[in-house]
Design a protein around this ligand. Structure first.
Ligand code: SF4
Length: 248
């Protein structure tokens, strides 16, 4: 498979089941004060994690903590393996996600799925996918055009994401785009300057990369630069995990 084949909808390679999960130390930077949960879940099994995630999802099913509750159809909690080695974090649900209750299932989600399954060689169900906010942010709350979440919305919703991270304790986090990267790394620097460089959240290695929707938009104008950069970032993730790199 060529390096960038996962950006097209070609034949899927055989997917590989990742090996057992190793827990990451909770030592390190905790920029938003949420690491208090991390050690609490360091030794629980996958089924307990699944149950706790389900409990957390139930606990926010009628959340009205920020203004996004007034327009949502569905809360999009996140999905994936409770013992995932890799966690992808985006900014918030879009139109299709709001309708289905699942993260990354629109066009950007299709690209993310190809990156995971064709590029990384694991089924999407073996990773965990979530967003910083769980309800769809739209311009002027008209529920027409998506926008990044605002600071007050991130403040209200982010404890849920931090608890998801603490429960799952992935080996690597991949932040997708500016809002997730700025929030998790507690920085004002933009994704262009941060992508491709390892940082850490609460002792967990973080690889920032472009949001798939940016890659889709750029594909028309930048001759594949964004795609190549995302693939370069994903290869670093594969190396960090010790997973094979396709074509190498
Ligand atoms: S975005 Fe988060 S905090 Fe805001 S209403 Fe939805 S679940 Fe609650």
């Amino acid at each position: 498979m060529s390096q960038l084949d996962f950006f097209s909808g070609g034949e899927r390679p055989t997917v590989r089941k990742p090996e057992g999960h190793a827990h990451v130390s909770s030592a390190g930077r905790a920029p938003v004060g949420a690491s208090e949960f991390a050690s609490e879940f360091a030794s629980v099994d996958a089924e307990t994690r699944r149950a706790l995630l389900s409990e957390l999802e139930q606990s926010i099913s009628e959340c009205t903590l920020c203004k996004l509750h007034s327009t949502r159809n569905t809360i999009v909690f996140g999905e994936g393996h409770p013992d995932a080695d890799v966690m992808f974090i985006g900014e918030g649900p879009g139109r299709v996600e709001d309708q289905t209750g699942r993260p990354f299932v629109g066009p950007a989600g299709e690209l993310l799925t190809r990156i995971i399954e064709n590029g990384m060689g694991v089924p999407r169900t073996q990773v965990y996918i979530a967003n910083v906010v769980k309800c769809r942010p739209t311009i002027d709350l008209k529920f027409e055009r998506d926008r990044p979440p605002e600071a007050d919305e991130v403040r209200a919703c982010s404890p849920v994401l931090l608890r998801q991270i603490a429960l799952i304790q992935p080996k690597v986090i991949v932040t997708l785009g500016n809002p997730a990267t700025k929030f998790l790394l507690n920085t004002t620097r933009g994704i262009t300057g941060l992508r491709g460089q390892w940082s850490a959240y609460d002792g967990i290695p973080v690889m920032p990369t472009y949001h798939p929707s940016y890659v889709l938009r750029q594909s028309r104008t930048d001759s594949g630069r964004a795609k190549k950069e995302v693939w370069s970032d994903i290869k670093q993730v594969l190396e960090k995990l010790g997973w094979p790199i396709p074509g190498k």
